[in-house]
Design a protein around this ligand. Sequence first.
Ligand SMILES: Cc1cc2nc3c(=O)[nH]c(=O)nc-3n(C[C@H](O)[C@H](O)[C@H](O)COP(=O)(O)O)c2cc1C
Length: 174
Amino acid sequence: MALPTFEVPTPTAMRRSMGRLTAGVCVVTADDAVSGSCGMTISSMTSISLDPAILLVSLTHGSRTTDAVDTAGRFAVSILSARQEAIARRFATRGGARFEGFDCDTGDNGLPLIKDALAQIECDVHSAHDIGDHRVFYGSVTNLRCREGTGLAFYSGRFGDFHDFGHDQVPWLF
Ligand SMILES: Cc1cc2nc3c(=O)[nH]c(=O)nc-3n(C[C@H](O)[C@H](O)[C@H](O)COP(=O)(O)O)c2cc1C
C-alpha cells in the first residue's frame, strides 16, 4: 500500500499524527484562589527525573487550571484507570461544573485528587516555560502513592485500555 504524502504540520495534522501515540490519561488538579478547585484531563504527563523526582505536564494557555497552577505554584496529577473514562470526559468537557457533586480525595497539600486513580501525585512547581500555545510545568514531586489496576489509554481520538500486557512474561525492570 502506498504511503500517504507528507503534509505541513497544521494543528489538525499534528493532532492526527500525535494521536497515533497511545497515551495514558491523567487529570491535573489545582486550586484557584478565587473560585476554588479546578482541573483538566491531560495526556502530556511525562516522568522526567527519578532523583530528584520531577515530572512535567503541558497545559494549554487560556485554561483556568493553567492559571491556577501558575498562581498557586503547585498541582496534583491523578493517573486514571480504565474504569475512569467518564471522569476523563468530564474533565475534558468545556464549561462543565467539574467538581459539582463529584467526590474527591484530598492530598497532603490540600488539592483534590481523583478517587481510585492508579496513582495520585502531588507536586510543587519547579519551573515553567511557555512553549508555543502551551505552558510546560515541571513539578517537583512531594508525595505520591499508587495501586494496581488497568490504565486508561487514548489512541486516535478514542479511549481504550492497556489490558493486553503483550508478550513479555515478566515486567521490564529499568
Ligand atoms: C485524552 C485527552 C488528553 C488531553 N491532553 C491535554 C494536555 O495534555 N494538555 C492540555 O492542555 N489539554 C489536553 N486535553 C484537552 C483538555 O482536557 C480540554 O481542552 C479541557 O477542556 C481544558 O480545560 P478548560 O476547559 O478548563 O480550559 C486533553 C483532552 C483529552 C480528552
